[in-house]
Write a protein that binds this ligand. Structure first.
Ligand SMILES: [Zn+2]
Length: 70
């Protein structure tokens, strides 16, 4: 019976530069809030646009996320 020595690789920590991703995180957050508004409230509780086009477009997502609809 022989024994083998195996080299275990040392994990290299990944650095996440917060200062570099901050603008993208803020931009993504703003886009997410706008999408959340249109899915959750537009042409329901509030209305920026007239008609029901936006409501019909996001209707299934509104029900999926549990926002009150009809
Ligand atoms: Zn509905």
């Amino acid at each position: 019976m022989t024994t083998h020595t195996v080299a275990v690789p040392t994990p290299i920590p990944v650095r996440i530069p917060v200062r570099q991703i901050l603008p993208y995180a803020i931009f993504t957050g703003i886009l997410s809030l706008i999408a959340l508004y249109f899915v959750g409230a537009e042409q329901g509780a509030l209305a920026v646009f007239d008609g029901t086009t936006v409501h019909e477009l996001v209707h299934d997502a509104r029900h999926l996320l549990g926002f009150p609809c009809h």
